[in-house]
Design a protein around this ligand. Structure first.
Ligand code: GLA
Length: 688
């Protein structure tokens, strides 16, 4: 709910459990008042006059502004920096009214000296305890202006000595969670690569000694891929501020007369009861307002089995086996097009390779469909290999500087997809693919960053907008086609991508044990329903680790299940397990994909991992013992989110019993796994 107190010029966003409030103060600045646990009477929040601390700390500098701009005596971290044709720099805004439309509040600001209007947009998602913020800059004059820095929002957290948390990593080792004490000085997370990054993720978590169930957690996630920047700063004045938005490193946007630029949207939230509520709010918001409602299919992807060595016959063999095992979607990965036989050639030439597929893709697609499965295909539309017809025809289509040889990476260049002719080429490629073939799933990959980014510094951001635009245009014509976002594994996992894509390829690291860590970290911010996880061969291609089949399945069944192993080489006994486990996944996937996810802490000195899913009257408890520490030691784990009064039927390692929700949450479930790589899915159902 949006509350406006016109007399006090106070604006308040009330969600179920939180309050976010700000006002126009006596200096005309948009001053933040409060963000946190709900305060029913928002008028209790005072907007008292501020006095300078000293001439070194004037009022403007100490005011908790909603959107500080660069100019005058303002040295603090700013959200907007502009320059004008006459050489002026700096902005001086004044409040210029507001508009409210349903759950959307827009605050209008105007610069005092230049024809610049700033709109601050607040979307109140009452049910999810979330708010979305962004900013839009309008050039209302008749001369070109330049935006040098644009952030989505500034946030103020009324606490110091918080702990900051994000993930770091690299290819094959994404989503490694880290925590860092916030103190005086700034923490910076960013992406400078244009495409994506495995290094940091565009979100922040700031907490005050919180755990899964207790403590203050302030969080935000940017709805944008590519070059982002996040700054966390503990100020001199007793608070912690956060800014997120476009990375100003090598950024500049020109606004012609009458033009506007919009910052990415930042989704923000507060949980007074730890990380689980944060995850639940974000996951539900994603599932219910961003993602498609359909169940995710069990897919087979042939990449790890055949890599670039694809051909029609072998793929048909794989497809038949995949269908027999229970897969519902067959995805042909890299290698099917142009002269592609490795990383160095073919990208950009999206015609079917007629040596590998002499009669085109349709014989394979017909076979896949004949087995009752849907068909999916891999593409990397943003890229071109120097060894390709496309590059021969259009060397000018890649990002480049006139006098510089562009760098290759993975043997490829990045296409300047912001050029209308390049965009048209890609859209035509999709049209041909989708019109001539019955394709239900597109795996969109992006395996290198942008370099030699042209003389337009806005390209970093515009490139991503062009990706979104292409996906949106294709989807508007083919609404049932599902898009998977992959960028060298898990390099493009963010809420921007999720707005357009349906699935995330979480990581090329398919080692079932490593995946427990990757998936655990992923789950803090991103919905389980978008987390693709495959069962692959043992030993794993990357870790060389050998892991038993059931553990590999259980780990992949934590997300949306896929199979990536060479299924023509598995034994007859393994085949039985594949069939059983795929069927089991189909029986429980509504709980996994639609349920609330809990990260649990088993009571034990052994090294168990435990996760829980709750959906309506059903729950799942996944337990893993990758390596036993004291071989015979079991564990007890307290479940969460059950109905204390209700009774639940529970099956632990084949033993059925009936227990109350209160017992299961306060005493817990006892279990014992033996041996290394032991795992189990324990099922619970409310009894009548
Ligand atoms: C990337 C992806 C893989 C696979 C290969 C194909 O590395 O992450 O899943 O699609 O490209 O070249």
């Amino acid at each position: 709910m949006i509350l406006v107190n016109e007399a006090r010029k106070q604006f308040t966003l009330q969600t179920k459990g939180t309050t976010y409030s700000f006002c126009v103060d006596n200096e005309g600045l948009l001053r933040h008042l409060y963000w946190g646990k709900k305060i029913e009477h928002a008028e209790d929040l005072e907007c008292e006059s501020l006095n300078e601390v000293s001439t070194n700390d004037p009022v403007n500098e100490i005011t908790m502004e909603e959107f500080p701009v660069y100019g005058g005596l303002l040295y603090k971290q700013h959200c907007l920096k502009m320059k004008f044709e006459n050489g002026d720099r700096g902005l001086y805004y004044k409040y210029d009214g507001y508009t409210v439309e349903d759950n959307k509040l827009t605050i209008h600001l105007k610069d005092k000296y230049h024809p610049i209007a700033i709109d601050l947009v607040y979307l109140c998602h009452e049910e999810y305890d979330l708010v979305e913020r962004n900013s839009v800059i309008h050039n209302q004059g008749d001369k070109k202006v330049t935006v040098e820095q644009l952030q989505s929002a500034q946030l103020h957290i009324p606490k110091t000595d918080l702990t900051f948390s994000n993930v770091h990593g690299y290819w094959g080792a994404e989503q490694k969670k880290f925590e860092q004490q916030v103190s005086y000085g700034k923490i910076l997370i960013e992406c400078r690569r244009g495409i994506s990054t495995h290094h940091h993720n565009p979100y922040f978590i700031l907490h005050d000694q919180a755990n899964e169930d207790q403590g203050d957690v302030f969080f935000g996630a940017l709805r944008m891929s590519g070059n982002f920047r996040g700054v966390i700063e503990q100020t001199q004045y007793g608070e912690t501020l956060v800014q997120m938005g476009l990375n100003s490193h090598d950024f500049e946007a020109s606004l012609e007369a009458g033009a506007s630029i919009e910052s990415p949207v930042l989704i923000i939230g507060y949980s007074g009861s730890g990380f689980a509520k944060m995850s639940h709010d974000l996951h539900r918001f994603a599932r219910e307002t961003i993602m498609k409602s359909d169940e995710k299919m069990v897919l087979y992807n042939s990449w790890e089995a055949t890599e670039f060595k694809v051909n029609c016959e072998d793929q048909i063999e794989l497809a038949k086996k995949a269908a027999e095992l229970g897969a519902e979607l067959f995805v042909l990965d890299d290698g099917w097009f142009g002269e592609r036989d490795g990383i160095n050639n073919g990208l950009g030439d999206w015609y079917v390779n007629d040596e590998k597929f002499p009669n085109g893709l349709n014989p394979l697609i017909d076979a896949v469909k004949g087995e009752g499965m849907k068909f999916g295909i891999w593409v990397e539309p943003e890229m071109v290999n120097p060894l390709s017809q496309l590059y021969k025809d259009h060397p000018e289509w890649i990002y480049h500087f006139d006098e510089v040889v562009s760098d290759t990476s993975r043997g490829q260049y990045v296409l300047n997809i912001t050029l209308p002719e390049v965009k048209y080429y890609i859209l035509t490629m999709f049209k041909e693919l989708l019109e001539k073939h019955d394709i239900s799933y597109i795996k969109w990959d992006a395996n290198r960053p942008i370099s030699q980014s042209s003389n337009n510094k806005q390209i970093w951001h515009d490139h991503i907008l062009a990706v979104y635009d292409i996906v949106e245009k294709v989807k508007s014509q083919y609404p049932d086609v599902i898009f998977e976002a992959c960028a060298s594994g898990g390099g493009r996992i963010d809420y921007g991508a999720l707005t357009y894509f349906d699935d995330f390829w979480t990581s090329d690291n398919t080692d079932a044990y490593d995946r427990l860590t990757i998936q655990n970290s992923y789950s803090y911010i991103y919905p389980i329903k978008a987390m693709r996880a495959w069962v692959t061969d043992s030993p794993n291609f990357l870790s060389k680790r050998e892991i038993p089949i059931r553990f590999r399945f259980h780990s992949a069944m934590m997300g949306t299940l896929g199979i990536g192993s060479h299924i023509l080489k598995i034994s007859a006994e393994e085949e039985v397990v594949y069939k059983e486990m795929i069927q089991e996944y189909k029986d429980i996937r509504h709980i996994v994909q639609e349920g609330d996810f809990y990260r649990l802490e088993p009571v034990t000195s052994n090294k168990y991992h435990a996760f829980q899913y709750n959906y309506v009257d059903e729950s799942l408890l996944y337990v893993f013992l990758p390596q036993t520490y004291i071989g015979h030691e079991g564990a007890r784990v307290k479940l969460k989110g059950l109905d204390a009064q209700a009774r639940y039927e529970i099956v632990v390692c084949g033993e059925k019993s009936i227990k109350s929700g209160a017992y299961l949450m306060n005493y817990g479930v006892k279990f014992k796994l033996v041996g290394d790589y032991a795992s189990e899915i324990i099922k619970l159902k409310k009894t009548k």
